[in-house]
Design a protein around this ligand. Sequence first.
Ligand code: GTP
Ligand code: MG
Length: 367
Amino acid sequence: MDIKCMGCGAIIQTKDEAKQGFIDPKVLEKHQEEFYCKRCFNLRHYSKNNRIELDESILKQETEVIKKDKGLICLVADSFDFEGTIHPHINDLLESNNILLVLNKYDLYIKDLNLNKLLDYLRLYLKKNNIKIKDLVLVSAKKGLGIEELIGKINALRNGKNVYFVGMTNVGKSTIINKIIANYTGEDDVITVSNTINTTLANIYIPLDDKSYIVDTPGIINHNNLVYYLEEDSLKKIMPSNYIRPKNYQLDPEQSLFIGGFLRLDFLSGVKSSFICYFGDGVVIHRTKLENADKFYEEHKDDILLFPTKKERNSLGEIHTRKIILKAGVKTDISYAGLGFISLSGEGEIELKYFSKIKVVIRKAIF
Ligand SMILES: Nc1nc2c(ncn2[C@@H]2O[C@H](COP(=O)(O)OP(=O)(O)OP(=O)(O)O)[C@@H](O)[C@H]2O)c(=O)[nH]1
Ligand SMILES: [Mg+2]
């Protein structure tokens, strides 16, 4: 029988270090019960990651297992990057499974933001996009918030069946399951987690009772999300690790605002308006005169703006432009998949410039 790595689910092998599941044969001999592959060992002890591409055929096989089993699906998405991480076709993919939507990372919202407004927005989004769920729960796996409520909802919905944690890569599926394991057994950090994509490589089965399992699954890659294009070092620096303090910029017409080198907002015409930015502290925000913006970008994309790096820029595609009209009295958000969002209020015409591969959504402001 194949032995699986406890950290990532990959089948253990001793032949090829560049492939998933590698363990040095000498190490394998010594450890008879707990198996962590070399990549998991390095991630867990040294936060060192060598990114491994997910084997798409494994993802397909694992999805078939879930479909046949008809267990409860805990669909995990990032509450801070909802449009960028919600699985759009989950009901088509898993048509006969019950779905509990688990919105993780709500610690990123500053405490006094109105969570009810967030929930109202999410419910409307689900309705508009025809995503059918049985229930939803907000959690922060990192802070251990909402975990007991989640366990309660799982028990109410699973009817004795297995429970599958499914969703995009990096939304925190494994971190949540680790909290559930800790809640039952007191054992911390059993499954490997990391801030980059493809951490879990195959299904990991954790016994729930005599007859059923909680199953961690490999994350689905979203090619419209920034996380897919950034190197580990950039992710470490720009991903928010704590709650996000909004930064408010008042812009006059004919000014530009750079969100790192990721997004540029040119305020073409209008009246003085407010641009409230919700991004991690590592994302540089810089204001210039519109007439100087092209020159500024060319000269400072690598020193002042810092990210994305040249290598990352080359993979992010062409620059796309899009105009939005800001109307008095209507607050508008611009959400950028994998990075954060900006909330605009005022009046005028704004041109956005961003990499064509990234999903940018214009929505009625959440808050
Ligand atoms: N701020 C915040 N970060 C979190 C939270 N939960 C997880 N993370 C971080 O999100 C990143 C991804 O977590 P993982 O648990 O590895 O995500 P995953 O969904 O299992 O990813 P894959 O295995 O690649 O599909 C890690 O850097 C976690 O520390 C949370 O509640 N809040
Ligand atoms: Mg995982």
